[in-house]
Design a protein around this ligand. Structure first.
Ligand code: NAP
Length: 281
């Protein structure tokens, strides 16, 4: 079997066209959607992510404010910036790029963001709303994965979905969204015994561990949808996912590439969340 590719760039383009249209309609009413992005420190990777988010805003009619601070910024200073943005009427979404320097409590910072501006969906109220089936903001990466499944008309209801990885920002919300869509969900973590036993039974396999090649072709059910969230570097320094892509292509029904899969969808869903926050405002 040769898997079909779910092209995250192509799907992003379609969703962003719609975002730009709706953003223009709001702007015409004097209510342009606005996103503030805060970066603390000099992480190269974070700078690239932030740059891509700002660029995507600019290209799709969303006003963006980028605040970059030195790694020596104190927690109190950062909290003060978050409070100011909470009260800024031009800003509908606030994103604090993670990870933060070790001296800053990221939970405290996330809880300081007004829940109705928490476009990352990480605030404890938004996590609770998602858990109880009434999400205000869906975290961008799992939301993007759901859009990808929708784009291939995959019958999620009744399917067995296996999520490998259980972080608060990807694995857990992913499992919740799949459950709400009617899947039977298995969540695996680093303590899972015999990972392949679980993955081989997955109709939908979402892998988000940050461990290169953790899933190989022999761990995939023939015809399954394999969504690779991981972002790693191979020995040559090239971006790659958590799944052995060549092996997956031989067995799966659909696969997402890295790069060009979940990554662009994550940014796209950030735009969607910001737009929806502005529309609700
Ligand atoms: P994280 O916070 O480090 O969590 C990793 C999860 O994987 C943990 O739940 C961990 O289990 C689990 N895990 C580790 N080794 C495992 C193993 N051998 N078997 C099964 N589970 C294992 O990472 P994250 O923030 O969720 O990110 C995961 C990956 O996705 C990273 O590569 C990250 O760069 C990428 N990512 C990509 C995007 C995108 O837009 N494409 C967005 C976010 C993240 P424990 O809970 O037991 O520790």
């Amino acid at each position: 079997m040769t898997a079909k590719i779910i092209d995250g760039n192509q799907l992003s383009k379609q969703v962003r066209t719609e975002v730009a249209k709706r953003a223009a309609a709001l702007t015409a009413q004097g209510r342009q959607p606005g996103l503030a992005v805060i970066l603390v420190g000099d992480s190269q990777a974070s700078q690239v992510y932030v740059r891509n988010k700002i660029k995507a805003c600019e290209e799709n009619g969303i006003h963006s404010v980028f605040e970059k601070y030195d790694a020596s910024m104190t927690e109190a200073e950062l909290l003060a910036r978050v409070h100011a943005l909470n009260h800024d009427p031009k800003i509908h979404g606030i994103l604090v790029q993670l990870p933060l320097p070790a001296h800053i409590d990221s939970h405290k910072v996330i809880e300081a963001i007004a829940a109705e501006k928490d476009v990352d969906g990480f605030h404890i109220s938004n996590a609770g709303l998602l858990m109880t089936g009434q999400p205000l903001f869906r975290p961008c990466t799992p939301y993007g994965v759901m859009k990808m499944l929708e784009s291939i008309d995959y019958p999620v209801r009744g399917a067995h979905a296996v999520v490998v990885g259980a972080s608060n920002i990807v694995g857990k919300p992913q499992a919740m969204l799949l459950l709400q869509a009617g899947a039977t969900v298995t969540i695996c973590n680093s303590k899972t015994r015999d990972l392949g036993h679980h993955t081989r039974d997955a109709d939908i396999l979402v892998v988000a561990t940050g461990k290169r090649n953790i899933v190989t072709g022999d761990m995939i059910k023939p015809g399954a949808v394999v969504i690779d969230v991981g972002m790693n570097r191979d020995d040559a320094g090239k971006l790659c996912g958590d799944v052995d892509y060549a092996g997956a292509c031989e067995v799966a029904g659909w696969v997402t590439p890295v790069p060009g899969g979940v990554g662009p969808m994550t940014i796209t869903m950030l735009l969607v969340n910001t737009l929806e926050a502005a529309e609700r405002n």
